[in-house]
Design a protein around this ligand. Structure first.
Ligand code: ADP
Ligand code: MG
Length: 336
C-alpha cells in the first residue's frame, strides 16, 4: 500500500503521517504537487508522480499545496482531480479543498446550510466595499478584511473604529480604513463582520476555538488564546485544552458537512454569553501540531485510519490496484 503525501514542506506533519501509515503497514511518500506533471507518452493514465514510476499511488493525502501562478495552481489541482477520476482516493478531495481554500465559497456554502457565521461580503469594487464599511460602521460594527486564500492569520486587517494596535494582524499594517485591494488582496475585498471578544476588560486575552472533524464527527477541540485578536497558533496564540461541548461539536460537524470535507479544522467563536457559537472559517488542509499538544490520541493515526478504513475501503477492487487500464475503463478520466 503506497500513499502519496502531497506536500510542499517536509517536517513534523509529514513525519507524523508517515509513522501512522507505517503502523498500518503502508508506505507514505512525500510528493510536491509542483513536481507532478502530465506526460501522455509515459503511462496509460498520463500522470507523472515522482517516486511512483508509471504507477499511481493507492491513495493521496493532501497536506500542502504551494501557492503559484494561476496556471501552476490549476495544474496542481488538476493532478488531484485526475487522481480522483482515476479511482484514487484523495484526502481531502480536490473539490473540497477548493471550497475551503476560497473563503467566499466557504461563506456561501455555510450560508446555504444555515450554519451560523458572521455577515460576509466579497466584492471586486472598492467603492462597494467602502459603502459596506460605512453602513456597518453606522450600525456600530467593525469589519475584518482577509485575503481570499489567506491562512495562518496573515494579512488580516480590522476596519472601522479600531485602536491602532488592533488594526492589523501581528506584523502587518493598517489604520482602520479600506486599503488598496491590489497586491495582497488580489483585487478582492473579502469582508467579515468583526466578532468582539466576550469579556473586553483591559488586557483580557481573547480566544477562539479550533475543532477537528474527522469523517463527519468532531473528535478534538482546543481554545486558542492570545492578547491579539488574531488567534492563530502561527501568530503566537497559546493552545489550551477545552471541552468539546455539544454546541461546538454540532456546529463544526455541520460546517465540515457543508463543504463535504473528509476532515476539517473548524475555527469558531462565541457569539454571546448564552453559549451561542458561530463559525469563522473552515480549513481543508488544517495543521494539527498545536492541537496534538492538548489531545490525548494521535491525530495523524486517526486521519490515516479514516483514509484506509473508510475512503480506501470504498474503492472497487480493480481501481484499488490503480495501475491497471481496467480501472480507467471503468472510471474514464474526465474533465473535473
Ligand atoms: N470576523 C471575525 N471576528 C473576530 N475575529 C476574527 C474574525 N475573523 C477572523 N478572526 C480572527 O482571526 C483569526 C484568523 O482568521 P481566519 O478567518 O481563520 O483566517 P486564516 O485562514 O488566516 O486562519 C481567527 O482565528 C480569529 O481569531
Ligand atoms: Mg483560521
Amino acid at each position: 500500500m503506497r500513499v502519496a503525501i502531497m506536500t510542499d514542506e517536509v517536517g513534523w506533519h509529514t513525519r507524523q503521517l508517515q509513522a501512522a501509515l507505517r503502523a498500518r503497514g503502508a508506505q507514505g511518500r512525500c510528493v510536491d504537487l509542483a513536481d507532478c506533471s502530465v506526460d501522455t507518452t509515459a503511462s496509460w493514465h498520463g500522470l507523472a508522480i515522482p517516486g511512483f514510476g508509471r504507477e499511481l499511488p493507492d491513495a493521496a493525502l493532501v497536506r500542502g499545496i504551494a501557492g503559484g501562478s494561476f496556471e501552476q495552481v490549476t495544474k496542481r489541482l488538476g493532478v488531484l482531480h485526475a487522481l480522483r477520476a482515476l479511482g484514487v482516493p484523495v484526502y481531502n478531495d480536490a473539490r473540497a479543498i477548493e471550497r475551503s481554500v476560497d473563503k467566499a465559497m466557504t461563506s456561501l456554502l455555510l450560508h446555504a446550510a444555515q450554519v451560523p457565521a458572521p455577515a460576509t461580503w466579497a466584492t471586486e469594487s472598492s467603492a462597494q466595499a467602502r459603502r459596506v464599511l460605512m453602513r456597518e460602521r453606522a450600525a456600530g460594527h467593525q469589519l475584518v478584511l482577509k485575503p481570499l486564500f489567506g491562512s495562518q492569520g496573515k494579512g488580516l486587517q480590522r476596519l472601522g473604529d479600531v485602536a491602532p494596535a488592533d488594526a492589523a494582524a501581528p506584523g502587518g499594517a493598517g489604520d482602520g480604513t479600506l486599503p488598496a485591494l491590489d497586491g495582497l488582496y488580489g483585487g478582492l475585498a473579502y469582508l467579515q463582520r468583526f466578532v468582539p471578544p466576550l469579556q473586553s476588560g483591559d488586557g483580557a486575552p481573547g480566544f477562539d476555538w479550533r475543532v477537528l472533524v474527522i469523517a463527519g464527527r468532531a473528535v478534538a477541540a482546543m481554545r486558542r488564546v492570545s492578547a491579539h485578536w488574531v488567534h492563530n497558533v502561527a501568530q503566537g496564540a497559546t493552545c489550551e485544552p477545552c471541552t468539546l461541548t455539544p454546541a461546538l461539536a454540532q456546529l463544526a460537524e455541520r460546517a465540515a458537512a457543508a463543504l463535504e470535507l473528509d476532515y476539517a479544522g473548524v475555527d469558531l467563536m462565541p457569539l454571546d454569553a448564552e453559549a451561542a457559537v458561530q463559525v469563522i472559517e473552515v480549513n481543508g488542509i488544517a495543521a494539527w501540531q498545536g492541537l496534538q499538544r492538548v489531545t490525548d490520541f494521535n491525530i495523524a493515526r486517526a486521519l490515516v485510519d479514516d483514509l484506509l478504513d473508510r475512503r480506501l475501503a470504498a474503492v472497487p477492487v480493480a481501481a484499488a490496484s490503480a495501475d491497471a487500464p481496467a480501472a480507467a475503463q471503468r472510471r474514464p478520466l474526465r474533465r473535473a
